[in-house]
Design a protein around this ligand. Sequence first.
Ligand code: SAM
Ligand code: SF4
Length: 337
Amino acid sequence: MGKPANTALTFRTLTDAYGRSIDYARISVTSRCNLRCVYCMREEHQRHHSPAGELTTEEIFRCVEALAGSGVRKVRFTGGEPLIRKDIVDLVRYAKAVDGIETVSLTTNGVLLDRCFEDLLGAGLDGINLSLDTFDPDRYRNITRRNLLHKVSENLDRLLRYAGSLKVKINVLLLREINSSEIGRFTELTRHDRVTVRFMELMPFDDNQIWRTGKFMGAEKILEALTTIYPELEAREGKTTEHFSFSLPGYKGSVAIIPAYTRNFCSTCNRLRITADGKIISCLYSGDGVELLPALRGGAEREVLTSLLQKAVSKKPEDGREAGRGARGTSMSEIGG
Ligand code: SAM
Ligand code: SF4
């Protein structure tokens, strides 16, 4: 692995037409996955996706450099399942060494974490979001279509031992009558460890096979369920990056509700996404991306990549939900959740 090449770079900022500064990038390093969550992918997903269409290690390095040179300070590697990539530790190490990048984190389903956890820590990883929706093996198999809860549970324990030195968040996508009875069980993870448990709303994507089944659980219902179990729940204001964050007296961690469907956070959006096949997406709700891959594969200079990033950001709609009415992507795994 070479040394990051932008030491002498003049830093710019990426600002959109509405004055929002973009300093956070989610890079999807693959759209392949070892699970098939019913709200995310169809069983046959992988057939259409080959590693040949994915950004290479070198191409991702160049993306991170261009992002840093454009004002991005935080990078999250996601997917698909990012730990499927054999170079994930190199990607983290390199990104951490790029001038301007302050934090590097990743979102994972946790199945493969034991293989690379120590190396990821050694590479300087700042945070892990582990997605887990249930502690019940049958339910886990029904949601993910795979029988791998034992692996994730072991890896969650491993991860919790580092909560505090590493920023650890647990993503729990709540579905009415499916896993909503486990709200208390997940909240209890925050009792002894400095973790954030994030209860998330389901979002509609074309490959989401559960959207039409009436299992959606909105933020109000999630809060109601939480306060029924924990009447002492307290809102945390101004102390968190989460929009709806709560703590419990005597508990070390916190819980958050992510109302990704019922609320609109466009006015404060600071992020862009790079898809696994090298497209820059400036808004989750609009499929209108800018192709980066041809420039990367054509050996374009950093200035060209930077101008493509700026072009994508200039297309960012003021209110993405409004602008993208009716449009939705195939799957969160394509866009980089
Ligand atoms: N495979 C990794 C994982 O599951 O953590 C990273 C990619 S996954 C697409 C990132 C996050 O997107 C996960 O926490 C998952 O629960 C969430 N997600 C996937 N499909 C979703 C949907 N339809 N609505 C809301 N969140 C979704
Ligand atoms: Fe894979 Fe994550 Fe999508 Fe589940 S949510 S299918 S683990 S990419």
